[in-house]
Structures are given as C-alpha cells and as structure tokens.
Design a protein around this ligand. Sequence first.
Ligand code: HAM
Length: 413
Amino acid sequence: MLQKPKGTRDLLPTESYRWQDAEKKVKEVLESYNFKEIRVPVFEYTELFQRGVGETTDVVQKEMYTFDDKGGRSITLRPEGTAGVVRAYLENGMGSMPSPVKLWYNMGMYRYENVQKGRLREFHQIGAELIGSSSYLADVDVILMANQIFKALNIPDIKLNINSIGCPKCRSEYQKKLREFIGKNLDSYCDTCKTRFEKNPMRILDCKEKRCKEFNVGAPMMIDYLCDECSEHFEKVKETLTALNVDFEIDSGIVRGLDYYTKTVFEFIDGNSGLTVLGGGRYDGLVQEFGGQPTPAVGFATGVERLMEMYNANNPELEETKPDLYILSLGDNESKKAFEISEALRSQKYIVEKDIFARSFKAQMKYADKIGAKNLLVIGEEELKTNTAKIKNMISGEEKEVSLDVESIKNVL
Ligand code: HAM
C-alpha cells in the first residue's frame, strides 16, 4: 500500500475538530490584539532563507527542501514563516501602513529533520509578527499575547524562558570571547561546528551533537556582554513582565536556531515533555537585510502539533459536533420532502443528514444512531399525507409532534 512520506501526518476527522477548536481560540486571541491574517507562498526563492534565516544555521545547512524548478531557479519549501512574511511586507509596500504592522499566520512548514517525538518534516506553525516598533513594550506585548494563547487553550503547565542575545554591536566583542573559549578544543568539535567557528561561532552553542554540547559547557554567555542599550532594553522587558505578574525565568542558554534574532528571545516550554512549544524574539535587522528601511520587529511562532499535544491532554472533554437532525425517509416522495427540509435547515447552520441510499427503516435507524444524531425525524407515507411527523430526541427519548415545515421543526431542535 502507498504510504505517506516519513515525518508527515494525516489529520483525520477524529482529530481535526480539535484542531479547528484550538485554532479558533488562538485566532481570537491574536485578533483581540488587532493582528491580521497573512498567507504567503509555500515556496520561495532559496536565497530568501539563506539570507534571512542564515547560511550557518541547521535549518539552511541541513534541513531545507530545496530543488531547481523547470526554469532552473532554486526553490525552497518554507521552513519557517518570518522570512516570507517580511518579504511580503516589503514587496507589498506595507511599510506605508500605520506602524506597527501586526500580522499573524497559520501555515505548513517543511524541514528535513531527524524525525522523533515532536519533530516532524511537515508541521504547522501559528505565528505573529509585529513590524515597526523598537520599544521593549512591543516585546512585552507579544509575550503577553503568547501567554494568552496558553490561557485561552486551558494549558497551565507551561514555562516561559527569556534571554537577550544582543545586537551586532555587542555581539562582536562577545564573539571574540566565544572564539577564545571554543578555539581551545576546536579540533574535537564536529565538522559543522568547525565551519561555523569563523563565520558565526554563536551557532556552535546550538549544535545538537553530544560531544559539542559537552565542550560548550562553561562557554561565555551573550547576556554577560550586552551593550548599554541592549541591557537597558532587557531590564525593561523583565521589569514590565514582573510588574504584570507574568512568570518567567532567565535562560542564558537560549540562542535560538535562526540567525535573524537580536535582543530579546523567548521560549515557552511544555512542562511535561520539555519541548519548546512556542519560540520567538526580536529581529531588528531582517527588514533591512531584505532591502527595506531599517525597521525593528518582534514575533513568535508556536508549533501547532506540539500545541495540540498539550491542548488534548488538558481538554479531554471536548467532543466532535454531532448532527442536529437525521431525517429518516421511506420512498421517493418522502425523500424529496426530506431534501426540502434538510436544505432549508442547513442554510440556517443546522447540521442535518438524510438518507441517500434508499436504505430500509432499520438500516437508517442504525446509521442515525452510529453518527450520534441528536434528533430523528421520520417521514413515511402517512406523515407526508398528514404533513405532520414526530421528532425523537435521541438522548432523552422524548418525542414531539411537528408539522413538516422548517419553523416548527426548528422549534424542537
Ligand atoms: P522556531 O523556534 O524554529 O522559530 O519554530 C517555532 C516553533 O515551531 C518551535 O518552538 C516548535 O514548537 C515548532 N517546530 C519547529 N520545528 C518543528 C518540527 N520539525 N516539528 C514540529 N514542530 C516544530 C521559528 O520558526 C520562527 N520563525 C519564530 C518567529 C516568528 N520568530 C519571530 N517571529
């Protein structure tokens, strides 16, 4: 039998209703902060991610789905949303819109990763990008919004870790110190780390190889080298979060896997699995990197599959929606009447099923029961003649007589 590619999933109806429910709640949170939805292409020119995410990141070096199209252009399936959204912001002249521009998205992402729990090759992210404000207030705003997502989804066991990874100004001093530290053991690091040593030593701290991780213990931390501006910015973020009673911890080990970050970075960790369920931060250089005016920005993305693990664990009672009514009909004329009624009710948002097999009475009863229809209406020869029928409430067993018109049926549902 044909199988789906490794690292992908089918989302079946037994689960999709849960996704829809959670997605609706997250959307409500994002829109309450006046973020507006944006959708960008699944594929972009490869250069966008090389320049945006960074040549020396795992994502670009190891994980991208890249191919040449028939015209010989290098194309990449988006591994993340920020680069595409910033490209769209620039290409569509959104810089002239009232600032800040606040955008959210819910999109599939593609990374050729080692597949394991919580790590897929096709996964989904709900993300938010706030473009235009350099103030610490914007960092606080998006962190609060992320926090609200977990509240709206009734997920209590979540931990917020924050850090600052400075700006290009303070980073050059830090990189010098970091090279001194790593340089002592460089020969023992993996080949990828060796290639990163000159270009981007901070990426070495993000290496997943066991031996590299061991050598990294005790490395100097960026947070100890922040310039005055970055340090003050971070102090204000912390102070404001504290004043607003948002629990957080400083994790000076957060470097994030993408190169565009500056200043504040943060991660929300699943208290149960230890996985990062939402990650983000400030990226003040990206708009300019793509050819725009210097424009600060901050945002985050949550992995929907990881979020759903937590949502399901914390909201077991959520049930699939069941049909409001099953119309059992026997015969062609009865079926026509059933069509008339079901069409009218469906157009008023009722979920209605009717027979489309010309099945027997017994078979239709069985089916109505299996699909969990809340009410049953039987239309046989007699009902059609008298234009009256009974609606049975399938949960209480109670029966009520109605005339075969939509208004009187609606009164009973
Ligand atoms: P990221 O940390 O690479 O950031 O991904 C964000 C989230 O996506 C992760 O915390 C995780 O929940 C989920 N995720 C990442 N990779 C996988 C995977 N292979 N399988 C399942 N889930 C995964 C970004 O992508 C940034 N664009 C976030 C951002 C937006 N920063 C600023 N604005």
